[in-house]
Ligand binder design. Structure first.
Ligand code: 3HC
Ligand code: NAI
Length: 698
């Protein structure tokens, strides 16, 4: 039973129940339509309350039905049925009223929400637009500007703001269902009639507002279509009666539903949830997680500590000596003050966190109570090994011992302890209090409940945990090393780093690889190359130009110059004419003949390298499935979400085409460009990465 109908006196109560989030599935739509039909036929019922059981109001259309033939009754029809009721219908919302869920409430005649309820139209983040009347009814109810803001930003608003803009009529004081009853009774007493959005005037279209909005959206969401189509739908609807407005909205909705961007964005949404479902963790309980220890309070340690404090965990951070501990404590306090400035926490909450939940120390002895200790010291195996032998002496039995290493072998770190089963890699991304990705690296002897604790930590911090196997660079940095090498090879052969950055940002990446180098610091890449030098193959191509920049002290933003020049006029960086001379000189010294690359060729090589290494990462079990690779690249490496991640993109592009590209490149360099066996197998068997995600084998 997805919807029940009951009556108490003159008040009908329709309760929706479709766990976990009351998604508007075909069954829910049918149940709701049936219950509304009963209300229509119940002469004793004068007002109906629509309410939901469980943790939330309807959280939207059922995303798992997208891409399949629609099953009647369709949501717009059920909403039209509600709106057309000759007797008032009240929507009583709690939890998250999102997308089609909010559209159901817009079809009702009166709206009340619990104080903690949140409302929003997140459709554009899924590559579609509100397709069950949202672009037509919301502007009628709240006016043009607030409506287009909510529809195009996809932001969620709380009950207070919803009341202010007129989206709801009341906020429930105390229990929502009781408050809804009182509201219903007041309508019965007042003999109030229905108040449908359909009867409200369409919004006045302010051409200047719309033109400004379109320009901002095109800049903010380059390449994406849903936001602009949503604006089209609001604007066109503003000139039409509701039925025609709804019809044109549906047309645009269907067009977006069939777009590759929708399929990519839904893939991203579902994959971000699928990564937490690990067969190895079924029935495994995580360990206690209250007190966190962090060792090293530099860039990462301070960010990790702040992220944990903001999520309510208690944190003890240790540094090498008292002055370093004080500096680290200052950095953590600075991050929390930033959260106050951005309205994430209040000043008094910030003060309370720092006074009651945070300690900085200069000795490991302060960590004896910690349930989980994360090491974030220098990226040197000897230093990390020393830290772990010391930790083995002080940490309490059962404490999880984690390293935030970017590349190093977690087994070699674990073997310094008498408890390798408790050791794990927890690879955060910078800035750690902002970036949502957490690679949970299971080493050779890591116990399942330690992996489960890594995932619990991710959830507690509001991050997305992805399981990774232990290898040089885990999932993300290993793939990064590979596509970065493809980019560097193109620079050696004649491409300009600026052209590469421009080509890949035009593809949709947040940044190009050389702008990223400047941001992270060219020293990081230099030291990684030094570390790997002993294992280098004689045919590996060395980015001599990058070493040369490092030797010149051009370390990127922190020194004002790297690939780009960074100064007050251009903090983000501007092109440096001298770089071309340095590149010409390096190519000359290496005896390389310069050639030119088109932007398409640059992107094709960059992506082929990414996908090829992604296939290897999946084949050797470092990533469980292609979707885990996608989630890592989307959330840690600025991959454009509307392209779904490299493996999803590869399926769309065609695995056979990628294989053909790689075979072509291998005629120039058959050392670097070797097709991953998994890629070849998939092409030969006519399968793709999506098949692997569904559990089919290659
Ligand atoms: N359809 C189907 N399943 C959904 C769903 C939806 N709309 N929303 C969530 N789920 C599933 C999740 O996949 C997850 O499944 P799992 O347990 O198998 O992994 C489960 O419900 C719980 O979801 P979360 O882990 O995300 O739970 P949270 O409590 O963290 O968050 C939420 C709850 C805020 C509702 C969040 O799930 C969310 O944002 N959902 C999507 C909301 C949305 O985008 N709605 C708009 C849909 S498009 C639409 O309505 C079109 C319309 O205009 C016609
Ligand atoms: P950092 O140099 O900013 O900070 C390291 C801190 O560790 C310093 O404050 C230092 O005083 C402290 N430290 C060193 N030895 C210590 C010891 N024995 N006990 C206590 N404190 C000690 O380095 P960063 O960038 O924070 O990196 C830390 C780790 O995180 C490295 O392993 C790095 O590879 C990894 N990492 C870095 C990322 C980044 O973007 N910076 C991203 C993800 C991981």
């Amino acid at each position: 039973m997805t919807a029940t109908y009951a009556r108490d006196g003159a008040i009908a109560i329709i309760e929706i129940n479709n766990p976990p989030v009351n998604a508007a599935s075909a069954a829910l739509r049918a149940g709701l339509a049936d219950a509304i039909g009963r209300f229509a036929g119940d002469d004793l019922a004068r007002v109906a309350i629509l309410q939901c059981a469980g943790r939330t109001w309807i959280a939207g259309a059922d995303i798992s039905e997208f891409g399949k033939p629609p099953q009647p009754p369709l949501l717009p029809d059920v909403i039209a049925q509600i709106e057309a009721m000759p007797k008032p219908v009240i929507a009583a919302m709690h939890g998250t009223a999102l997308g089609g869920g909010l559209e159901v409430a817009l079809g009702a005649h009166y709206r009340i929400a619990a104080a903690g309820a949140e409302m929003g139209l997140p459709e554009v983040t899924l590559g579609i637009l509100p397709g069950a009347g949202g672009t037509q009814r919301l502007p009628r109810l709240v006016g043009l500007a607030p409506a287009v803001d909510l529809i195009t930003s996809a932001r969620r608003i709380g009950a207070e703001e919803a009341l202010k803009i007129g989206l709801i009529d009341r906020i429930a004081e105390g229990d929502l269902n009781e408050a809804a009853r009182e509201y219903a009774q007041s309508l019965v007493d007042a003999q109030a009639g229905p108040r449908p959005c359909a009867a409200m005037a369409p919004p006045q279209i302010d051409e200047d507002l719309v033109a400004g909005l379109r320009a901002r959206l095109a800049k903010r969401y380059p390449g994406q279509i849903a936001q602009l189509r949503a604006v089209d739908s609001v604007v066109e609807g503003g000139l039409l009666p509701l039925p025609e407005g709804l019809a044109q909205e549906r047309e645009k909705f269907t067009e977006l539903m069939d777009s590759p961007q929708r399929s990519a964005l839904i893939h991203a949404f579902l994959s971000e949830r699928a990564v937490a479902h690990l067969p190895e963790l079924e029935g495994v309980l995580p360990r206690d997680l209250t007190q966190l220890g962090v060792i090293g309070g530099g860039t990462m340690g301070a960010g990790i500590a702040a992220s944990a404090l903001l999520s309510g965990l208690a944190v003890t951070l240790t540094e090498r000596d008292r002055p370093a501990a004080d500096r680290a404590a200052g950095t953590v306090a600075g991050i929390l003050r930033g959260a106050v400035k951005r309205g994430k926490i209040t000043q008094s909450r910030c003060d309370a966190i720092l006074a009651e939940k945070f300690t900085s120390a200069d000795s490991y002895d302060a960590l004896t109570d910690a349930d989980l200790i994360i090491e974030a010291v220098f990226e040197k195996i000897e230093v990390k090994q020393q830290v772990f032998s010391a930790l083995d002496r002080v940490a309490k039995a059962g404490a999880v011992l984690a390293t935030n290493t970017s590349y190093l072998d977690v087994d070699r770190i674990a073997e310094m302890t008498s408890r390798p089963q408790d050791v794990i890699g927890l690879h955060f991304f910078s800035p750690a209090h902002v970036m949502r990705l957490l690679e949970v690296v299971a080493a050779g002897k890591t116990a399942p409940d330690v992996v489960a604790t890594g995932f619990l930590l991710a959830r507690r911090l509001g991050k997305i945990g992805v399981r990774a196997g232990n290898c040089d660079g885990f999932i993300g940095n290993r793939i990064l090393t590979h596509y970065r090498a493809a980019a560097d090879a193109m620079v050696l052969d004649g491409a300009s780093p600026y052209q590469i950055d421009r080509a890949v940002t035009a593809f949709g990446f947040a940044m190009g690889p050389y702008a990223v180098s400047d941001l992270a610091g060219l020293d990081i890449g230099y030291f990684t190359r030094q570390r790997r030098a002993p294992d280098r193959h004689s045919r590996d191509r060395i980015p001599v130009f990058a070493d040369r920049l490092y030797e010149l002290g051009r370390l990127g933003r922190k020194t004002g110059r790297g690939y780009y020049i960074h100064d007050e006029d251009s903090p983000g960086g501007r092109e440096d004419p001298e770089l071309a001379d340095l590149l010409t000189q390096v190519r000359g010294e290496l005896g390389l003949v310069e050639k030119s690359f088109t932007d398409d060729e640059i992107v094709a090589r960059y992506m082929a390298a990414m996908v090829n290494e992604g296939a290897r990462v999946v084949a050797d079990g470092t990533a469980l499935r292609p979707l885990d690779v996608d989630v890592v690249m989307l959330n840690g490496y600025g991959f454009p979400r509307w392209r779904g991640g490299p493996m999803h993109w590869a399926d769309q592009y065609g695995l056979a085409s990628i294989l053909k590209d790689i075979e072509g490149y291998s005629r120039e360099d058959d050392h670097f460009w070797q097709a991953a066996p998994l890629l070849r197998q998939l092409v030969e068997s006519g399968r793709d990465f999506a098949d692997l995600n569904r559990g089919k084998t290659a």
